[in-house]
Design a protein around this ligand. Sequence first.
Ligand SMILES: Cc1cc2nc3c(=O)[nH]c(=O)nc-3n(C[C@H](O)[C@H](O)[C@H](O)COP(=O)(O)OP(=O)(O)OC[C@H]3O[C@@H](n4cnc5c(N)ncnc54)[C@H](O)[C@@H]3O)c2cc1C
Length: 475
Amino acid sequence: MSKKKVAVIGAGPAGITAAYELAKAGVEVHVYEAGPRVGGLAQTIELWGQKVDIGPHRFFSNDTRVNKLWLEVAGKDYKMVDRLTRIYYKKKFFYYPLKPFDALFKLGIGTATVCMASYMKERVSPTKPDGSFETWVTSRFGKKLYSIFFKTYTEKLWGIPCHELDADFAAQRIKKLSLWEAVKNAVVGGKGNKHKTLVDQFAYPTGGTGMIYERMEQFVNANGGKVILNSPVKRVLTQNGGAIAVELENGSTEKYDETISSMPFSLMVSRLPDVPDTIREKVNALTYRNTIIVFLNVEAKNLFPDNWLYVHASDLQMGRITNFRNWVPEINCGKDSCIIAIEYWCYNEDQMWNDSNEKLIELGTQELLKTGLIGNAKISDGFVYKIPRCYPVYSRGYKDNLKPVEDYLTTLKNLHVIGRYGAFKYNNQDHSILMGLMAAENIVKGTNHNLWEINTDYEDYQEKSTITATGLSSE
Ligand SMILES: Cc1cc2nc3c(=O)[nH]c(=O)nc-3n(C[C@H](O)[C@H](O)[C@H](O)COP(=O)(O)OP(=O)(O)OC[C@H]3O[C@@H](n4cnc5c(N)ncnc54)[C@H](O)[C@@H]3O)c2cc1C
């Protein structure tokens, strides 16, 4: 039993995992969550009598620590979902992960030949890397495939040209994706490329993605901790080079031995008392991209089979379309309609961010109809969910701003910085869960895990496994 009292800021996957682990260890933990429910970006909401996530949420990890924890919380309340995702481009649907023959056939002989020729050119004389996403992808796939399958979508997502995007993004997300391996598997079969963007099944909770975090919340509340909703933290207070308390937006303050923060990195750092101006400037130079999700209730059952689709077509502003009917039947709650979620990405200053919900629903409706995916089906309702600071932008050179801030934070005692916008990391749930786990372990066991390394080097963890229908399977 630890006598420590710990504050956790934010009840997304990172924060609530940390709290769950601390509560398990008997630590008194108080979680302050700005919003009305836990789960952060990975929460599940009720809409039109169904359950939906905030965009498509496929949980996947091959880290045994993360998988064990997920299964401990999910119990048997999950199902394996067969992944089906395609790319919508030039009015055609290409399988993603790319199936080489499908892709080349749909592109047509002319384009396919140019793709193969530009791929071979890179094998003979690779494009010199300059640290950008563009050269990273081009050197692996060739200019033509890059321009068809990576450029448009990536630029929609990040809102900057690919030559201004740091190669880190590619390194994190498509590191081992190899065209050669994909071709080889298509021709001679085999287990397929094992890279994480290519898994064809994933575990999904029967109560929606957020079920995991709701259960963690219940555990914390039942085991001496408190999850306090609708309670935004204004700032972390420091004294003698260490965190000593949190101050809430409502003006109250409470003292803590340790503070774990998953609130937006820039806000947390720039509001710290005594933060040097140079650090404040660096942190304020980091940028985030916002997401707008337009949910539409479509009065039909079998529209299209995909879990989600990537929209590469440049005449559509939308980036991704999710069909929640194709996840697990439980979240559909026996309704006859499908909830479709359409994602748009923008910055604060873009017109779209300030558009009315009616206008955004109209945009989503028109664009969805244009894809032909829903035929003449009736759209009976619309709902808009706006997410500020959804994606930390890895613009080229972002590390020159990030690293000094990380170094500064490392000097502050009793402050643990975790999470997606919390630590300025392009995290999936598994990375944030691991950050929460490791932060709790540093507090409870006095370990010295370097949290900044997670989602950078952590793939090298030795004990690998995947979640299957019957539990954990070692790799
Ligand atoms: C559209 C979309 C699709 C995604 N798809 C996938 C996927 O397929 N697979 C996957 O694994 N991941 C996916 N993710 C990523 C996943 O949602 C995140 O990695 C994960 O939620 C990050 O958890 P976190 O705790 O780090 O941050 P968050 O989920 O952002 O949680 C942070 C929490 O802090 C709270 N907070 C903020 N400021 C304050 C404050 N001042 N005081 C108190 N609380 C505060 C917020 O309200 C929030 O609840 C997706 C994300 C999006 C947006």
